[in-house]
Design a protein. Structure first.
Length: 126
């Protein structure tokens, strides 16, 4: 088992991007004039987390936590309030389907760039 922090795990560039969509403040924008922006990949991942959450009656954060747990890793929770910590721990009881895991795996893949992408293309062409 290995440890992961949402902030560095490829599921998202930031731990709770979905909350900033609703204009909530947090560590990223507190005391800053910076506007929340997300790239297309982040948007797609968050949309999928939200959709899966609605399907299984969980929050996007819980789905992300459960996905990390499915990788035999334990996410490090950066909660500032005990209620956030308790909410995250509920994810330990969530069982994602194989389809959910595959979808999140595919959406969150990190592009390796050159020469890895070129080599993969050449291998698949033969």
């Amino acid at each position: 088992m290995w440890f992961s922090n949402y902030d560095v795990f490829p599921i998202s560039g930031r731990s709770a991007d979905w909350k900033y969509r609703n204009g909530e403040s947090g560590r990223i924008n507190l005391g800053s004039d910076a506007e929340y922006k997300e790239d297309q990949k982040t948007k797609t991942i968050i949309d999928k987390l939200i959709a899966i959450g609605k399907e299984i009656n969980a929050t996007a954060g819980q789905v992300a936590f459960a996905w990390v747990l499915s990788k035999n890793a334990f996410p490090l929770i950066g909660a500032r309030k005990i209620s956030h910590f308790q909410e995250s721990l509920k994810a330990a009881h969530i069982k994602l389907t194989e389809e959910h895991i595959i979808d999140l795996d595919n959406l969150s893949k990190v592009a390796l760039g050159y020469p890895h992408d070129l080599l993969a293309t050449v291998r698949n062409a033969t």
